[in-house]
Design a protein around this ligand. Structure first.
Ligand SMILES: O=C1O[C@H](COP(=O)(O)O)[C@@H](O)[C@H](O)[C@H]1O
Length: 253
């Protein structure tokens, strides 16, 4: 393992995707233990894409038995505006690959309301329900009054997008809203809702989980270029940012 730390950024480079999956399970279980000991709960925000498969070891021993799943709450960084039964749904992906295999209470899972077919309505609704969770003191607010989650698990696309914040789209510049929407995502399906950067960067911990040679150029741009303008370079949390990379993804560094 090669690890190098900046002030608040750590980069962990492992040989294979399987090594990254194992390290991610250990890291997430450690944080779960730490946050639950400190404050009795653990709020986790999921991406879609390859991340869910890379979380696979959390659903196996020893984590399946030892993690206090009843204290977890689940949110999504972004969601496609499609029925939850669609193969394009990030909820379905997470349910099939992760949530159906661990005992997180259903009431602790904040999924998109898929009866809202207009993306703007779906974004307003998710933001309103986040506000309810803040009012109920399940989520605290950051010093800038954005909801503060314990852990966000981010993937990155080859174009440098994170969540549904894409290059050449305005959503990446949003400074007020907690949740916004996009009608013309360059990656299908086009209609989506997404957390904004102020909410992402309010998190206590962020893991960027990036594996595969097809991500090498974007990794090089974000981590190897001063002043990269890709959306992933805007991930600068209040807390710690940890990059989990396999060697193919890190090959340009
Ligand atoms: O469309 C999306 O893409 C990104 C990256 O996905 P990956 O398959 O390249 O890992 C993902 O993080 C996001 O949640 C998803 O909606």
């Amino acid at each position: 393992m090669a690890a190098c730390s900046g002030k608040k950024t750590e980069k962990i480079i492992l040989k294979t995707e399987d090594d990254v999956a194992k390290a991610l399970a250990e890291y997430t279980a450690d944080l779960s233990r730490r946050f639950i000991k400190e404050k009795g709960s653990f709020t986790v925000v999921l991406s879609g894409g390859t991340l869910i498969d890379t979380m696979r070891y959390l659903t196996e021993s020893p984590y399946k038995e030892s993690v206090e799943w009843s204290k977890w709450s689940i949110f999504w960084l972004d969601e496609r505006v499609v029925p939850k039964t669609s193969d394009d749904s990030n909820y379905k992906l997470a349910m099939d690959g992760f949530l159906s295999k661990v005992p997180i209470p259903e009431a602790n899972i904040l999924a998109i309301d898929d009866t809202k077919s207009k993306p703007s309505d779906a974004a307003d609704d998710y933001e309103a329900r986040l506000k309810d969770w803040v009012d109920k003191k399940i989520l605290p607010l950051s010093s800038d009054n954005f909801p503060k989650h314990d852990l966000m698990l981010l993937g990155m696309g080859p174009d440098g997008h994170v969540a549904s914040l894409f290059p050449n789209r305005t959503q990446q510049f949003e400074t007020q809203r907690w949740v916004t929407f996009i009608l013309d995502s360059p990656k299908p399906p086009p209609p989506r809702i997404t957390y904004t950067f102020p909410v992402i960067n309010a998190a206590s911990e962020i893991a960027m989980v990036v594996t595969g040679a097809e991500l090498a150029d974007a990794v090089k741009n974000v981590l190897g270029t001063p002043n990269s303008t890709l959306p992933a370079a805007k991930v600068r949390p209040e807390g710690l940012l940890t990059w989990f990379l396999d060697q193919p993804a890190a090959s340009g560094l």
